[in-house]
Design a protein around this ligand. Structure first.
Ligand code: PEP
Ligand code: MN
Length: 264
């Protein structure tokens, strides 16, 4: 089926060009976020990610900087001239976050939060809807319908791995879902090999596989020093690793007559 492209800031996802969204799992500090933003931009990412409100498995884990990161994130994204995507974990955050982000991310844990989806359906910002940890493709598409039902048609799906019987890796990367979404729905689909694998050394090969499977883009976690990351360090690439990924990705895209979308 023909994909209906979605525009996030100055970038179109689901058109002829491939989109790379990159940045840290969590925004941790001015220095960490701005250095990561600069590095991913230099390597060819066109949109920035960074969690401000984090949904962590354990309550004692870092929960994100919250609203204290708003002005920092706004300043850095405007300095870099990059659109910014961050997760909204609660409908009460929408009003304030709307001023900070260019697209709202719905995390895996909230794919079934229909009240959140309905509220996001009333906004005029694109929504990056991640697949639930154990979400069936049809449940994921029904979640998208909740957003559509309120008038917002700007939806990008994100395959981020699912929970299966296999525990050797954090999740199981379902590339079948990428092919399925492309063939059967009009939604652009991006892939997140960081959460899908949970291991930095697997991120590059699975990024290339997602591009080959027909994804419209990738979302990748990058950190200046993954060993010190406040969340998801084991799956985060350092700047060099991300740069290498981008070099290899461009080769794979070229072999498929596709091109990496770049910031103008
Ligand atoms: C994230 O993108 O940092 C995140 C929490 O992802 P997910 O919702 O897929 O676990
Ligand atoms: Mn993460």
């Amino acid at each position: 089926m023909k994909t209906t492209p979605v525009k996030i800031a100055n970038i179109t996802i689901g058109g002829p060009e491939f989109t790379v969204i990159a940045g840290p799992c969590s925004v941790e500090s001015q220095e960490q976020f701005s250095s990561t933003g600069l590095a991913v931009k230099k390597s060819g990412a066109s949109l920035l990610r960074g969690g401000i409100f984090k949904l962590r498995t354990r309550p004692e884990s870092f929960q994100g900087l919250g609203s204290s990161a708003f002005s920092m994130a706004k300043e850095i994204k405007s300095q870099l001239g990059m659109g910014f995507i961050s997760e909204v974990t609660d409908p009460r955050q929408i009003g304030d976050l709307d001023d900070v982000v260019d697209a709202f991310q719905v995390g895996s844990r909230n794919m079934h939060n229909y009240e959140l989806l309905k509220e996001l359906g009333k906004t005029d910002k694109p929504i990056v809807l991640k697949r639930g940890l154990s979400g069936l493709i049809k449940e994921w598409l029904h979640a998208a319908e909740y957003i559509l039902s309120q008038g917002n048609e700007q939806i990008v799906l994100c395959e981020r791995g699912i929970r299966t019987f296999e525990t050797a890796t954090r999740n199981t990367f379902d590339l079948n879902a990428v092919a399925y979404i492309k063939e059967n729905t009009p939604f652009p689909i991006i892939a997140d090999p960081s959460h899908a694998t949970g291991k930095s050394s697997f991120v590059t090969p699975l990024s290339l596989a997602a591009a080959a499977a027909g994804a419209d883009g990738l979302m990748i976690e990058v950190h200046p020093n993954p060993a010190d990351a406040k969340s998801d360090g084991p799956q985060s690439l350092n700047f060099n690793e991300f740069n290498l990924l981008m070099t290899q990705l461009e080769r794979v895209l070229e072999s498929l007559d596709r091109k990496l979308g770049k910031l103008i």
